[in-house]
Design a protein around this ligand. Structure first.
Ligand SMILES: CC(C)(COP(=O)(O)OP(=O)(O)OC[C@H]1O[C@@H](n2cnc3c(N)ncnc32)[C@H](O)[C@@H]1OP(=O)(O)O)[C@@H](O)C(=O)NCCC(=O)NCCS
Length: 182
């Protein structure tokens, strides 16, 4: 019998197990899209998650029993890691950034990331933002396109030994599904 899946906010004490799953996910599910050496350098030098997400309480984790099967979150902070596309100040204030979405390879292609993204987008809307932006790995572009994100500029994160990690800026205007009385 399959175990029930539940989602909750991650706690700083879960950092090590989250990072282990993220690295496993990136190395495994990213393998068709990036060379192994590039994935190793990305995981080691850039990292799979900013710890501020845990401190801010904006990072969600999905469990099946005691196993971490997915995680992902968002921030309204200006990213320290990525150069942002320049926008007008008003739009920047209404945009939040989706960060560090990972699914355990054993649970891939079962709609887990889709469900997690729905929860993240609802959190972003509830916090008063109306647009979600993200930097999509090559492995995740099909997912985000399917979820309605529009492609922006390609970016390359410089890594050691002249390697680079190619990704793509994407963005989506969010719409609340909540009913409102006229
Ligand atoms: C990208 C990732 C999060 C997708 O997770 P997932 O739970 O497998 O995604 P879903 O099952 O919700 O996929 C929904 C749809 O997105 C598309 N999609 C997802 N992964 C895809 C892939 N590898 N290739 C092609 N399409 C894909 C498909 O249309 C899929 O629907 P389908 O399975 O009915 O064809 C997962 O592959 C992952 O963790 N990758 C490694 C880490 C990573 O790159 N994270 C993104 C950081 S921005």
């Amino acid at each position: 019998m399959s175990k029930e899946i539940f989602v909750r906010f991650a706690e700083p004490s879960e950092r090590a197990r989250l990072k282990a799953m993220q690295a496993f996910s990136m190395r495994s599910l990213g393998a068709p899209f990036y060379e192994a050496e590039v994935l190793d350098a990305f995981v080691a030098d850039v990292g799979t998650m900013d710890d501020l997400l845990l401190a801010d309480g904006t990072y969600l984790v999905a469990y099946s029993g005691a196993e971490v099967i997915a995680c992902g979150g968002w921030t309204s902070r200006r990213s320290v890691r990525e150069a942002r596309v320049v926008r007008g100040a008003a739009q920047v204030a209404r945009t939040a950034t989706v960060c560090s979405v990972y699914v355990h390879p054993s649970f891939a292609r079962r709609g887990i990331a889709t469900a997690l993204m729905s929860a993240i987008e609802n959190e972003i809307l509830s916090a008063g933002f109306d647009t979600a932006s993200l930097t999509a790995t090559l492995s995740s572009i099909p997912l985000y396109r399917r979820l309605g994100y529009r492609s922006g500029e390609a970016v390359a994160v410089e890594l050691r030994k002249g390697m680079s990690f190619v990704a793509m800026k994407m963005e989506k205007r969010l719409r609340s599904t909540a009913l409102r009385a006229a």
